[in-house]
Design a protein around this ligand. Sequence first.
Ligand SMILES: Nc1nc2c(c(=O)[nH]1)N[C@H]1C(S)=C(S)[C@@H](COP(=O)(O)OP(=O)(O)OC[C@H]3O[C@@H](n4cnc5c(=O)[nH]c(N)nc54)[C@H](O)[C@@H]3O)O[C@H]1N2
Ligand SMILES: Nc1nc2c(c(=O)[nH]1)N[C@H]1C(S)=C(S)[C@@H](COP(=O)(O)OP(=O)(O)OC[C@H]3O[C@@H](n4cnc5c(=O)[nH]c(N)nc54)[C@H](O)[C@@H]3O)O[C@H]1N2
Ligand code: SF4
Ligand SMILES: [Mo]
Length: 695
Amino acid sequence: MIDQRFDSTVTTTCGYCGVGCRLEAHTRDGRVVAISPALDGPANEGHTCLKGRFAHQFGRHRQRLTTPLIREGDGFREATWDEALRRIVSELERVKSAHGPDAIAGLASSRATNEDCFAMQRLMRAAIGTNNIDNCSRVCHSPTSYAMRRSLGMSGATGSFADIDHADAAIIIGANPTEAHPVAGARIKQAALRGMKLVTIDPRRIELADYGVLHLSPRAGTNAAVMLGLQHVVARDGFVDHDFVDRRTEGYDELAELIAQYTPDEVQRITGVPAADIEAAAHIYAEAGEACVIWGLGVTEHKYGSEVVRLICNLALMTGKVGRPGSALLPMRGQNNVQGSSDVGALPDTYSGYRRVGDEEVARSFEAKWGVPLSREKGYTIPQMLDAAVDGQLKAMYIFGEDPAQTDPDTHHVVAALESLDFLVCQDIFQTETTKYADVILPAATFLEKEGTFINAERRIQLVEPVVAPPGEARTDLEILTTVSRALGHEMGYTCAEDVMDEIAALTPDFAGVTYERLGRSGLQWPVAPDGTDAPILYEEEFTLPGGKARFAPLPYLPPGSEASDEFPLVLVTGRRLMHYNAGTMTRRTANLDLFPSDVLEIHPDDAERLWISDGDLVSVRSPVGRIEIEAQVTDSIERGHVFTAFHFPEVRTNVLIGQSADVNTSCPEYKVMAVDVRPVQEEPSRMPALAAGD
Ligand SMILES: Nc1nc2c(c(=O)[nH]1)N[C@H]1C(S)=C(S)[C@@H](COP(=O)(O)OP(=O)(O)OC[C@H]3O[C@@H](n4cnc5c(=O)[nH]c(N)nc54)[C@H](O)[C@@H]3O)O[C@H]1N2
Ligand SMILES: Nc1nc2c(c(=O)[nH]1)N[C@H]1C(S)=C(S)[C@@H](COP(=O)(O)OP(=O)(O)OC[C@H]3O[C@@H](n4cnc5c(=O)[nH]c(N)nc54)[C@H](O)[C@@H]3O)O[C@H]1N2
Ligand code: SF4
Ligand SMILES: [Mo]
């Protein structure tokens, strides 16, 4: 149907979050003028949130990068593409010949397409010769990937969002879907209104708690004890599915021994959650015919994040609630393509499909395709890159679509690392906190200006189509990466994004049957067999570990890396706001800024009163590594002893406060617990008259 108001309408996939809503983007005079939901989008079924639908004005913001920039003195000057490329090639070649290829590292963008990320890892591995490549999954759901691979076999949700519609109960732990994955959040609300029994577990009373039958509010960093307590009750009260455990799993006996000590009373002591609530939650989950567990960063961004994901897998395995409609393990993967950037191999230790760089057969298949020798050594993870830069081992970085100076932990350390580099290239759509340290900045196209694919939180590979042309001299990420590679002497030979997907399919068994034609309007959920059959539900018959059996993980509760003390008596939890997105480069350049113009620190009324803080006061927040100032918001939706803010505003610089403690297995930062001291800012006597004496 032709709509007279628009020149064209293109169906594409939202570039914000991992729900992966399918959108209809309408243009007039070469501009996006409106976006509406695609009615047949499998993840959104005709819905979107206010980011996907309205937050597109950033695309034509006057601050868009429209030409390459080269550092000159304290600022930047405009340059031609030729000049920028010559500079990149001469600097990278100089570093490589003086210090070897491993003195160079790259970051791939989980905001960009699979094709872009595949080209980025090829650029690092084949054109430069190093496995120093990582992506934002490191600071997000790398613990999920690590744990699910070890417990079940594959790095992805075991089911789909549709499972929510078939579940009799669901546990949401450490995720806030109505803000972070709003369309999935709405689906959960509707299921709860229809009678799905919802249990929320979060130190904040998230919106979905109002739709649930039970809310548990554990101290931040104590999820392991909560999960072990649930398993204790399941075993104690006879809810173990012994048939499933015997046929399809290994290692239950050891787990049974461990969970015996996590009585509800013991768990209450560790977490603060009433013993009766632990018992009730276990019963709700175990007694349901079908039940899902949904989790987010409140699980992963902790010192033992990966271990808690393994404990979540235990709970599903011991009750046999996996591999059927309505019984799914659903990690709410964050960025639009954070699932895909890892799936296609933008990681320091694995090629596409999570196959190890040290695997001889796999490495040879890539060598045969690319015609160059490839390193068998693991590269640096993001934190290792930053440490190596400070130590002087790492000399150059190519940062594509990531803003570590704002979003990585311990901002002072990140800045020291970026300042230590001899050479930094940034490829982005805007100048960011990170581009301040660049030597060359390359202007890229947004998701509305290019073609390719994203993979959502349910492993669904979906097409992205160009809606409008990039502004000025901005180019698509794929065009930039292939051009840089060519200039470095490695011709990738792709003429379009589809060529890249064909190569991914040829080299990766999980993508064997993927073609753009088959993806069509609804996408496909990997693994995709050579005949194009996809997999909405994993592990229906067997797990993909050797022997076909899943593995229990007998892991105890251990305390978080940061705990409240006399000097730092409150625990800072960080997370997200509905209106803004991560570094905020895009949403802060849309009307969403009017809806949420600056950030606040949420604090419980009892803590606020004790500290002489009133709603709206400016407060100082100090951690062992840094200090910021921010306005306080007094609210009883947060558990006592905790304060909360987000990290979307460079003016606030939340991550100045975060230390370097990280997940023990994946080095995902412990963003979710940081002991801090909060007090009113003294310099503002007019706003807080009674404070000085009390402080
Ligand atoms: N609007 C918006 N949407 C987004 C994003 C955004 O920036 N803005 N970012 C995207 C990205 S990259 C991601 S990864 C996802 C993240 O999506 P989520 O994981 O849902 O988001 P967060 O708000 O970071 O954290 C979720 C919850 O964990 C809780 N939490 C913290 N510590 C603990 C704990 O120890 N135990 C428990 N049980 N809960 C805890 C917090 O209180 C918070 O409510 O969102 C994506 N979607
Ligand atoms: N305190 C605290 N910090 C956190 C978190 C937390 O919960 N608490 N969460 C962490 C998590 S889960 C994540 S994922 C990270 C996110 O951190 P980042 O990945 O740094 O943030 P994003 O805003 O998603 O995007 C990064 C950059 O990509 C650019 N970009 C967007 N689209 C494109 C494109 O098509 N091409 C190119 N070349 N560039 C593009 C944006 O302008 C932006 O500068 O933050 C982490 N930081
Ligand atoms: S829910 Fe996520 S994918 Fe859907 S429109 Fe909103 S930001 Fe985009
Ligand atoms: Mo994320």
